[in-house]
Design a protein around this ligand. Structure first.
Ligand SMILES: [Zn+2]
Length: 446
């Protein structure tokens, strides 16, 4: 175990030391201290920071006064707990130093209710990890409306004050079924069930559980959110009631510039000189150029061998697998889930090669190699077996939740219409929704 940790640390160290960050030449940025406090009887100095636009993790760590060697330690200690690939602007960092300016504690937080905390054990000098989560509540509510003259679904929702990513979730769930550009009409009706996570009266996360759209040209469509038991699973998505996935999954290219150096098929091997089948394409690229996952999936292979060099394979949701060989660096590990176009490594010349390039291969779900440049879409299979059964359970819960919300909404309206009921002031629509939400605190399964 220790050996494994040490090895991953060294691999990591080496990979970052060459990553072009130019570590050793930059003097540490002078930082100001935000707080001084006593902890365990000794003085501790705290520096707060947050991830700024265009910043990587290293720059953010540097901004709170953490130097590179320690930054690597911190990243290594947190990488099983935090998805650094989902780093976003505004994520909070906090570094604690002792009076000798040694880093003794660190915390990272992607929303106000959750904190990943590391503290340095003074005896073993190991980083100890703790996860601190504040008490939060999930509340559900229904969004509904009609498309008005000169408006789009997206525009309507944005005007109602929903966050762009929530709007995007709703629209993209429906996009597979509704051709908005051609078939949206004034008077079309939409509905969505969303679940919002509250902490201190603030919404810190939103899930879109259901969407529907009904129009004269567009027809009627419903989508249901499915959540897999496995966290971060590529199955997490919107589906139709019969289990058809609603994901747009066009393939991306692994390099931002595509120049085929050697095509798929029979060829004379550049190193051995023998005529062999080339089971992929060689793409031109300089050492260090980022290599992207062509679609989302699970990393099923991230290793080194003397022919393929550093190689990564990603299994996609339709059962096909993409392969990336001769990498200079691997930036993901086996078992990781990757998003489409996530950087998974860099171009290199490891293994049996004549120079730096990316060998990009593709296997069909049946295990046969194919020309990766002929693969344009990841087929979105229907959910089957246990997953389909779970989807049906979740759909039943979603429907019940909407019935409950409709009933409490109607009874509220009835209540408001009773003539002798003293009404202090008109209740705003959103307040009514909140009122409804507050009587139906959420079960965590949805
Ligand atoms: Zn090749």
């Amino acid at each position: 175990m220790l050996k494994y940790m040490l090895r991953t640390f060294i691999v990591f160290l080496v990979s970052y030391a060459h990553a072009g960050y130019n570590f050793y030449n930059i003097a540490p940025v002078p930082y100001q201290l935000d707080q001084v406090s006593f902890s365990n009887g000794s003085l501790q100095l705290t520096k707060n920071g947050e991830v700024k636009r265009g910043q990587g993790l290293f720059q953010a760590l540097r901004d709170v006064g953490i130097e590179n060697v320690q930054a690597l330690e911190i990243i290594n200690a947190l990488r099983d707990e935090v998805e650094f690939s989902k780093l976003k602007v505004g994520d909070k960092l906090e570094a604690g130093f002792d009076t000798a300016h040694r880093l003794v504690s660190f915390s990272f937080s992607q929303n106000p209710a959750e904190k990943h905390i590391l503290s340095l054990d003074p005896i073993t000098h190991q980083w100890l990890y703790k996860f601190k989560e504040e008490h939060t509540h999930w509340y559900s509510r229904i969004i509904e409306g009609e498309i008005k003259q000169g408006e789009t679904l997206q525009g309507t929702l944005l005007k109602q004050g929903f966050a762009p990513d929530v709007v995007n979730n709703i629209v993209s769930a429906l996009t597979c079924k509704v051709n908005f550009r051609m078939n949206a009409r004034v008077g079309d009706k939409f509905r969505a069930l969303i679940k919002e996570r509250f902490f201190n009266e603030q919404i810190i996360a939103t899930k879109v559980l259901y969407t529907s759209y009904e129009g004269s040209r567009a027809g009627s469509h419903e989508t249901f959110m499915y959540e897999d038991a496995e966290k971060g699973s590529t199955y997490n998505a919107h589906y139709t009631e019969d289990g058809q996935a609603l994901i747009r999954a066009g393939l991306r290219y692994p390099l931002s510039r595509l120049h085929v150096r050697s095509n798929y098929g029979m060829r004379r091997h550049p190193v051995t000189g023998r005529r062999v089948m080339h089971r992929g394409v060689d793409l031109r690229g300089r050492t260090g150029t980022p290599v992207h996952a062509v679609a989302s999936g699970k990393v099923v292979l991230a290793t080194y061998n003397k022919y393929a060099g550093n190689k990564i394979a990603i299994r996609h949701r339709d059962g096909s697998t993409s392969y990336y060989f001769h990498l200079n660096k691997r930036k993901v590990r086996r078992g990781d889930y990757v998003r489409s176009y996530q950087v998974i490594g860099t171009v290199g010349s490891t293994g049996r090669v004549t120079g730096p390039h990316l060998h990009f291969g593709f296997k069909k779900p049946n295990g046969r190699w194919m020309n990766p440049l002929n693969k344009r879409m990841i087929a979105t299979p229907k959910l089957t077996g246990e997953r389909f059964i779970k989807l049906q359970e979740q759909i039943a819960q979603i429907k019940q939740k909407m019935i409950d919300l409709d009933i409490s909404k109607n009874s509220n309206y009835l209540l408001a219409q009773i003539p002798n009921l003293p009404v202090a002031k008109p209740i705003k629509f959103y307040d009514i929704e909140r009122l409804i939400a507050s009587v139906t605190p959420e079960e965590s399964t949805l």
